[in-house]
Design a protein around this ligand. Structure first.
Ligand SMILES: *[C@@H]1O[C@H](CO)[C@@H](O)[C@H](O)[C@H]1NC(C)=O
Ligand SMILES: *[C@@H]1O[C@H](CO)[C@@H](O)[C@H](O)[C@H]1NC(C)=O
Ligand SMILES: *[C@@H]1O[C@H](CO)[C@@H](O)[C@H](O)[C@H]1NC(C)=O
Length: 299
């Protein structure tokens, strides 16, 4: 497949497509490969889509409403701005970093998990909650969605294979798209599915097989904030080691398409794999809890 036959990058609306859409869709497909059959049935019904695309197809919805009048209240739900100082010190702190008035990705995951579990809410509201969870578990794994420096890297201008981008876009989109050899702007689904199937194989019997159980060990449905914080800390730590290893000024205006890319690509790969695997585990915990809530007499 020739990368040159594709339009690389989906930056028509700068910043609108976190993980370039492509990362989110891949996370959705990975999760659908791992959820239990009862989770599949439950969410296919709630999301009114009985195809195998039922998660991947809604994975970018939260970005599509973010800049609308209705969705404006969700714009801070996509990240948590860790006020650390990479590369000397990385660290996320819920009380310090989650905006009390506007929320953050951690409080949003708490809120929408609670709402998906609340069967007194209308199905349409619970479907919205599910779509937010599917998206925000993707976002929390992108290192620059857990970092405050220069608005999550949006203010750091760099080059990637000769093109101008900001660092945030490079981590959302450019690295992942280069990794798979280019993505069709109008139809990222087939490439995302193929990448998801490769990563699924790595989780099941490849390079992630020995560690993937560890990825979901901290998942505790009774404590969504602690769970989401444990995920946020992993991504944030990469800000010091791989995103800004020598600080922002060392990469400003620099070409990141070669050595920097080589070090960054495995991080993107493992974070997308973790996000998909953790999303599956989280959805399974939610659906299992919903099933045990149902009194036998109600069935
Ligand atoms: C299911 O989702 C896919 C991906 O978004 C979409 O193409 C398809 O039309 C949907 N099917 C139904 C029945 O809504
Ligand atoms: C929880 O979600 C509802 C529905 O989207 C929203 O109205 C509310 O502001 C959210 N609360 C928090 C604390 O994020
Ligand atoms: C899950 O969270 C609850 C509430 O914080 C806590 O009481 C419980 O010990 C946690 N479970 C595990 C296995 O950590």
């Amino acid at each position: 497949m020739k990368a040159s036959s594709f339009i690389i990058g989906a930056a028509a609306v700068p910043g609108a497509l976190a993980w370039g859409g492509f990362g989110h869709i891949t996370v959705g497909y990975i999760a659908s490969n791992f959820v239990s059959p009862s989770t599949t049935t439950y969410l296919q019904t709630l999301l009114r889509n009985d195809t195998s695309d039922y998660l991947a197809g809604v994975a970018t919805w939260a970005d599509s409403i973010r800049y609308t009048k209705w969705g404006r209240f969700t714009s801070d739900f996509h990240f948590i701005d860790a006020k650390d100082s990479p590369p000397q010190y990385c660290g996320v702190d819920f009380d310090r970093d989650c905006k009390k008035d506007r929320g953050c990705v951690v409080s949003a995951l708490h809120n929408y998990t609670t709402r998906l579990l609340d069967t007194d809410l209308r199905a349409s509201e619970r479907a919205i909650a599910a779509k937010f969870i599917i998206h925000f578990i993707g976002d929390i794994h992108q290192p620059l969605h857990t970092e405050n420096v220069e608005r999550g890297g949006n203010g750091i201008h760099v080059l990637f294979d000769g093109r101008n981008y900001n660092l945030h876009h490079v981590w959302d989109t450019s690295i992942a798209e280069k990794l798979v050899g280019g993505v069709r702007r109008r139809g990222p689904y087939p490439e995302a599915k193929r990448w998801a199937d490769e990563l699924t194989h790595e989780i099941n019997e490849g390079k992630y097989a020995s560690e993937s159980i560890e990825w979901v060990r901290s998942a505790n449905l009774s404590d969504p904030i602690a769970t989401a914080m444990s995920w946020a800390r992993i991504g944030n730590a990469y800000v010091c080691t791989h995103v800004l290893p020598e600080g922002p000024d060392a990469i400003r205006g620099q070409e990141l398409g070669s050595d920097y890319y080589e070090a960054a690509a495995p991080i993107i790969e493992v974070q997308v794999a973790r996000a998909g695997f953790r999303l599956a585990a989280w959805l399974d915990l939610i659906v299992t809890s919903l099933k045990t809530q149902e009194a036998p007499g109600d069935l």
